[in-house]
Design a protein around this ligand. Structure first.
Ligand SMILES: C[S@@+](CC[C@H](N)C(=O)[O-])C[C@H]1O[C@@H](n2cnc3c(N)ncnc32)[C@H](O)[C@@H]1O
Length: 209
């Protein structure tokens, strides 16, 4: 009987072309190229915006955002981890858990001033992975549901939210939440994402309320 040849998994190359490109161009991580591609495709970031970037260590998304918004801008970073300081004006770092909304809210309010909201919220958040696809993907969906809740409070009406999510069967739980608050969405996997990674980006357009 003819035997089927097993397909070999793609090898995991840590220092791939995007790693070297990031080094050459002075970005802190290869993920910069994911946001650069999203920006080229969707023109999400505009000069003068107030942006909140969630899950931002080591800071390559911030480097990309800052390049574009240069004038009268404000960026608020939120992450569990400490970061190596980037000496930019108007960048505020909040070391905080996105799940701890009650204590996070007054800290964000104090920076953007009550009543003023963000023009764009980006998130590249990722859970600590366990290696079990079902567990990791559900953790990613859960984190993103909290970011949608955060954006319900802090994103301006008619403006946009960018999420990174590990897509699998629980993705529908997140879609339900997004559809309550946004007019439309796109799901896109930039070329800089590794083929074997389940991560994709969801662009949520035009917040309804
Ligand atoms: C893939 S990294 C982000 C990379 C970043 N966008 C960049 O370009 O440098 C994901 C981040 O999500 C953060 N994170 C995970 N769970 C979090 C939580 N509950 N609250 C806040 N940040 C969290 C991690 O600490 C980590 O820094």
């Amino acid at each position: 009987m003819e035997q089927k040849r097993k397909k070999r998994p793609t090898p995991y190359i840590i220092h791939d072309e995007y790693f070297h490109k990031a080094k050459r161009q002075g970005y802190r991580a290869r993920s910069a190229f994911k946001l650069l591609e999203l920006q080229e495709k969707y023109a999400l970031i505009k000069p003068g915006m107030k942006v909140c970037d969630v899950g931002r260590a080591p800071g390559s998304f911030l480097q990309v955002i800052r390049k574009t918004i240069w004038k009268d801008w404000l960026i608020v970073w939120i992450d569990l981890k400490d970061i190596d300081k980037l000496n930019y004006d108007n960048v505020f770092t909040l070391k905080h858990d996105i799940y701890e909304f009650e204590t996070l809210k007054p800290r964000v309010d104090a920076i953007i001033w009550e009543g003023k909201l963000f023009d764009l919220i980006t998130s590249d958040i990722a859970p600590n992975t366990t290696g079990r696809a079902d567990v990791d993907q559900y953790a990613s969906v859960e984190l993103n549901i909290w970011i949608v809740k955060f954006a319900d409070v802090f994103l301006k009406k008619w403006w946009n939210l960018v999420l990174k999510v590990f897509i699998w069967e629980d993705f529908n739980d997140l879609l339900k939440e997004i559809k309550k608050s946004y007019k439309k969405l796109n799901v896109y996997k930039p070329f800089a994402c590794r083929d074997r990674s389940p991560e994709e980006y969801v662009i949520c357009w035009d917040k309804i309320n």
